[in-house]
Design a protein around this ligand. Structure first.
Ligand code: ARG
Length: 621
């Protein structure tokens, strides 16, 4: 007979989560911690008389193993109840919950401890091992994935660089965080539309077109569009500055470069095909190049949109609504909205210029309306640097005031600055330059260990993957709102909490699997005797593995990649503390098999976490 699933085991104990009206969804079969939550909530609720669902929501995962696996802060469930001292009642309850002869006894626990205002619960070693490792090995690449929603659509806009301008650190962070969010939402059952909103419109594109006539080269454009357009842009801006400084033209001379650019852009805004032709080539060639660079970060966009793609009708519609709702006042021909009425911090803001051309802000308003009509999203996330907090809050508020009921589905995921990011030449032009530089530096580091280096089949490829990991982990390891400094030596080190270290941890686990040879193939079919894993470190490693689904949920709730990074470092440290104790080689077959299963589950969990962050785990390095 097949063993009972964890849901069935709950049922046998007359615990039926579906009847309990719990706010968060619960997945006992996919998340062992959820099984325990229900088990513990049931008994605490009985011993305390407090609602099951209140207790359930208050049970927290603990991120240091000494402090338990689940813990409950008693004041959270007492909710100010008078005359009950959390520092006493916790001891009283803990005694009952761990007393075999009490009706409140909780099975499958190693211990229950009361301390301060908490009760901490420690999972039973054997039970957690028996139920976690087979789960991971059965679910493989899907371990940790929970169906949190059904038929829900999210638009995630991220990266959004400006054509012909440098790809700065803000764009890099947006790319990394947005890529991660897209992966995570997909993993949790959302239908994700990933979108790049290019800065591909505005007077500077008139300037760029004039610049290309003067300085452009067809060959260079085809070869390296991003860098070439930037070169042209720098040169033509040089002309503008020179004309001003040397007073070659008067301010409004139609022949000045500035005015030529303005006229050119006007033609573009009027839809002049000839004028749009060259612009659309710039755009297409740039996108082609972006696609291959983003691929190095495992990112493939569903949509390349951009400021140029915002339909004029949508902006007109928004302006009309602003008038109808009496939000607009005019000042010297320009139109303004006073948002201080709704929120003091939002100030006053321009919605059209005096010459009638659109603005960044108006385009964002129009773009949101257009996207809602196209995608009917349940949620839309903008991953934009916190320098644009005000801008984002402004257009969110405008949409709300215009009466769009979906305006509360928009969310801004912001982040701090990166200091000191530059390439060897001292400049950052495009993502490519950063990635190539990191790759070269990584390659040099790898060459230092000649013996190992010679074993690597494709060092070019591997140094690229590890270099990318270095950049990405450095970016995601602290809370996204923090600023950080770009540090080459630190980032590329194989020791400490770095991307290369995670890659190393993964490749070492991979080699354990490889070295096991034929035994590894037996993992799937063999009957594994998990009771042979009776060492403390095996249980501890499994306890960390078991936390993975919970960690993902927390990371998702806070849109915080650092939650997963921190977890993966803990996992890797736990693995490495097992190596000296739990040998696979030279062991009796049953022991070797059980240990191999443990390592393999650890590797899979590490793999899944790294992949969600956007890394490609390497097999050798
Ligand atoms: N292209 C803009 C910039 O580089 C970022 C766009 C952010 N997204 C948005 N919907 N405004 O500053």
């Amino acid at each position: 007979m097949a063993p009972l699933s964890l849901s069935e085991q709950l049922q046998q104990l007359s615990i039926n989560p579906t009847e309990k009206n719990i706010k968060s969804l619960t997945f006992p079969n996919e998340n062992v911690v959820d099984f325990y939550r229900n088990l513990i909530a049931d008994k605490i609720s009985k011993v305390s008389g407090i609602d099951y669902n209140i207790v359930y929501e208050a049970l927290e995962t603990v991120n240091s193993l000494e402090k338990g696996d689940l813990s409950i802060p008693i004041p959270r469930i007492l909710r100010g109840k008078k005359g009950v001292n959390p520092r006493e009642i916790n001891h009283e309850w803990a005694a009952k919950l761990s007393d075999k002869d009490s009706e409140f006894f909780i099975p499958h626990l190693k211990s229950v401890k009361a301390a301060e205002i908490f009760i901490a619960f420690y999972f039973d070693q054997e039970f957690i091992i028996q139920n976690t490792i087979p789960l991971v090995l059965a679910k493989n690449q899907n371990y940790g994935s929970l169906k949190l929603v059904e038929n829900k659509k999210i638009v995630i806009e991220f990266s959004s660089p400006n054509i012909a301008k440098p790809f700065h650190a803000g764009h890099l962070r947006s790319t990394i965080i947005g890529g991660f969010l897209s992966n995570l939402y997909k993993f949790m059952g959302w239908d994700v539309v990933s979108m790049n909103y290019l800065g591909d419109w505005g007077k500077q594109f008139g300037l760029l077109a004039i610049g290309f006539e003067r300085y452009g080269s067809e060959e260079a454009l085809l070869n390296d569009p991003i860098n070439h357009l930037f070169e042209v842009y720098v040169k033509i801006n040089g002309d503008v500055t020179k004309e001003k400084e040397e007073e070659i033209f008067t301010e409004d001379d139609p022949k000045s470069t500035n005015n030529l650019a303005r006229q050119y852009f006007k033609r573009m805004e009027d839809g002049d095909e000839e004028a749009l032709k060259i612009w659309s080539r710039f755009r297409e060639l740039s996108i082609e190049k972006y696609i291959s660079t983003y691929a190095r970060l495992n990112i493939a966009y569903d949509v390349y949109s951009g400021e140029s793609q915002v339909p004029k009708e949508k902006m007109d519609e928004a302006l009309k609504l602003m008038h109808e709702k009496d939000l607009i006042h005019e000042d010297k021909g320009a139109k303004l909205i006073d948002l201080t009425k709704f929120n003091k911090k939002l100030g006053k803001t321009l919605v059209t210029k005096s010459d009638g051309t659109s603005l960044y802000l108006t385009r964002d308003v129009g773009a949101a309306i257009d996207r809602y009509e196209k995608y009917k999203f349940d949620k839309m996330i903008y991953v934009i640097a916190m320098q644009q907090d005000l801008h984002t809050a402004q257009f969110f508020e405008i949409l709300k005031q215009l009466g769009f009921e979906w305006a509360n589905r928009l969310e801004h995921v912001n982040f701090g600055m990166v200091q000191g990011m530059s390439t060897r030449k001292g400049t950052v032009v495009f993502l490519d330059n950063i990635l190539n530089d990191t790759k070269d530096k990584m390659h040099e580091v790898m060459k230092k260990n000649e013996a190992k280096y010679n074993q690597i089949e494709d060092p070019e490829k591997v140094s690229d993957l590890i270099g990318v990991s270095a950049v990405m982990i450095q970016d995601m390891q602290a809370k996204r709102i923090n600023n950080y400094e770009f540090k080459w030596e630190r980032m590329l080190s194989f020791e400490g909490d770095t991307g290369p270290y995670l890659q190393y941890a993964h490749s070492r686990l991979k080699s354990v699997e490889r070295n096991a040879g034929a035994l590894f193939d037996e993992l799937k079919s063999a009957n594994i005797n998990y009771s042979l894993l009776n060492e403390e470190c095996a249980a501890n490693l499994t306890r960390v593995i078991a936390q993975f689904p919970d960690v993902l949920r927390v990371a998702m709730k806070n849109h915080e990649p650092s939650t997963i990074c921190t977890y993966l470092f803990r996992l890797s440290h736990q693995v490495s503390s097992c190596y000296d104790i739990l040998w696979v080689a030279g062991q009796e077959k049953d022991v070797a098999l059980a240990r191999l299963a443990l390592y393999s589950a650890a590797r899979q969990t590490l793999f899944n976490g790294m992949t969600l962050l956007g890394l490609t785990p390497v097999e050798r390095m």
